[in-house]
Design a protein around this ligand. Structure first.
Ligand code: FES
Length: 130
């Protein structure tokens, strides 16, 4: 059996939603101290709390890039409440699995999105307090 599924290879070779968003409503970053890989997520969120656009920059391994790409596809067009429920397990399943020693790469995607959503809620609170 190949080490990586076809979906992992596809999202690694043709990653979706790569880049950054100018004036993003939320930004979240996650890193893994052991491998040194870093993932950054940018979200554009409309007034109804729907994720209009999402982009990522990942300085990391193939699994991290594939996980970022898949995760962005899974939350695009979704309400923030739904994006907050996204787990690394769901991302891994959507990729048809990752090798056991590469599961931590999918954790970065979950963490980066959660951090971005924290950032979004903080910004919202800030606006309301103004
Ligand atoms: Fe570090 Fe994959 S080896 S994120």
């Amino acid at each position: 059996m190949a080490l990586y599924s076809e979906k992992v290879m596809d999202h690694f070779i043709n990653p979706r939603n790569v880049g950054s968003i100018e004036n993003a409503d939320a930004i979240g970053e996650a890193g893994n101290a052991k491998c040194g890989d870093i993932m950054k997520m940018y979200l554009k969120i409309d007034d109804n709390g729907i994720i209009e656009d999402v982009k990522f920059e990942t300085f990391g391994c193939a699994s991290a890039i594939a996980s970022s790409s898949m995760a962005t596809e899974m939350i695009k067009g979704k309400p923030v409440s739904e994006a907050a429920q996204l787990t690394n397990k769901a991302v891994t399943e959507a990729l048809d699995g990752l090798p056991a020693h590469k599961i931590h790469c999918s954790v970065l995607a979950e963490e980066a999105i959660k951090k971005a959503l924290d950032n979004y809620y903080q910004n919202e609170k800030g606006e309301k307090n103004e």
